[in-house]
Design a protein around this ligand. Structure first.
Ligand code: PLP
Length: 369
């Protein structure tokens, strides 16, 4: 592709930091892990951060830490990345999905309460593409029904809701550091929480169920190897040091796109909620409703043919074969999600894009439309 869909923002400083760890010989369970955790905890404004091997691992540990088990129900959204609901299935609980808001593309908060049953234990709102749903309203529903709230903030590092940071808005949150995310550690993730007990359990479970101070072969509870290496954390430390610059570059690219596509009637964009100051993860547009899913496939193919990386994003979770088979979900279950998901396209997006490249993407896209 002449213009890539995404790309990590890596400088000589990250390369030097990795080299330094390699030379130190301390590649795991070393000093870079708590240093990275402190940097993220401070940025997000929470008491604890627990670095883990992926965002998915973080979601899994949180399901265990809040005691989700076989027979429980957890409310989620069908318009997200698959890990947001797979974590529920890992613990043999049932993902109960509710449809999305047609403007924000986030879980429709107005539909959550009707999905609550005596078996419901938790809600997992997702900060879709960096936009935070109405967390105060979700918190109010949760306290009325005694539910835990886990924020899937994987796509929202730096987003704010009513001035408060993503990842600090629920019982706990997670971030992911795959290379297309706002910051990357190659692979990796982190759990953020103010809750001492959740943090204690997650620290233990990511490290084979050992408690602090326990020997290598002493295991207090069922655990996993979900550790993040010092090599990865060293990259993360530098990325967090550069975070303001990284986010500003992404916001600048998003503004270039928005200016060029604002008056394009054949596409619409995620409508920002006035409560949310968004950190940019991807640039996704939605084709007008008279375009079909096949039209979208043709447009993607033509864009790629002209050297422009792009993808459909997201595909509805409930229409994945596994979910249809296992939970009986089918087409028509979540019509708003399906209408949006059939028409969304992710355009090239990362902090290194130039204004000329955004010009080229938009001109090519418009001519294909
Ligand atoms: C990226 C992402 C995750 C998972 O992160 P990984 O590090 O890839 O496991 C979870 N939820 C959402 C919404 C994501 O975008």
């Amino acid at each position: 592709m002449k213009i890539k869909l995404s790309g990590p923002d890596i400088t000589q400083a990250e390369i030097d930091a990795v080299t330094e760890v390699l030379r130190s010989g301390w590649l795991s369970l070393g000093p870079k892990v708590p240093e990275f955790e402190q940097a993220v905890a401070q940025f997000v404004g929470v008491k604890h951060a627990v670095a883990v091997s992926s965002g998915t691992a973080g979601l899994h540990l949180l399901m265990r830490a809040i005691g989700i088990q076989n027979g429980d129900e957890v409310i989620g959204t069908p318009f997200s990345f698959i890990a947001s609901t797979n974590c529920i299935v890992f613990e043999r609980a049932r993902p109960v999905l509710v449809d999305i808001d047609p403007n924000t593309w986030n879980i429709d908060v107005g539909r959550i309460e009707a999905a609550v049953t005596p078996k419901t234990k938790a809600v997992i709102p997702v900060d879709v593409f960096g936009q935070i749903p109405d967390m105060d309203a979700i918190g109010a529903i949760a306290s009325r029904h005694g539910l835990r709230v886990i924020e899937d903030s994987a796509e929202a590092l730096g987003s704010r809701y009513k001035g408060r940071m993503a990842g600090s808005l629920a019982d706990a949150g997670i971030f992911g550091f795959y290379p297309n995310k706002q910051i990357t550690t190659g692979e990796g993730g982190i759990i953020t929480t103010d809750n001492d007990e959740i943090a204690r359990l997650c620290f233990s479970m990511r490290n084979q169920g050992r408690d602090t101070g326990m020997g290598w072969l002493s295991h207090e509870r069922l655990g996993y190897n979900y550790r993040l290496s010092d090599i990865a954390c060293a990259i993360g430390i530098v990325q967090m040091r550069r975070i303001d610059d990284i986010l500003a570059k992404r916001a600048r690219v998003a503004a270039w796109y928005r200016r060029r596509l604002a008056d394009e009637s054949r596409v619409s964009m995620q409508k920002p909620s006035p409560d949310c100051d968004m950190s940019w993860f991807v640039f996704v547009v939605k084709l007008a409703d008279d375009y079909t899913e096949q039209d979208r496939a043709d447009i993607i193919e033509k864009l790629r043919g002209r050297g422009i990386g792009c993808n459909n994003y997201f595909a509805p979770i409930h229409l994945q074969e596994f979910y249809k088979r296992e939970f009986g979900y089918k087409e028509g279950d979540f019509p708003i999600c399906e209408r949006v998901a059939a028409r969304t396209i992710a355009l090239p997006f990362h902090g290194g894009l130039t204004e000329a490249e955004v010009d080229e993407v938009c001109a090519t896209f418009k001519s294909i439309l």
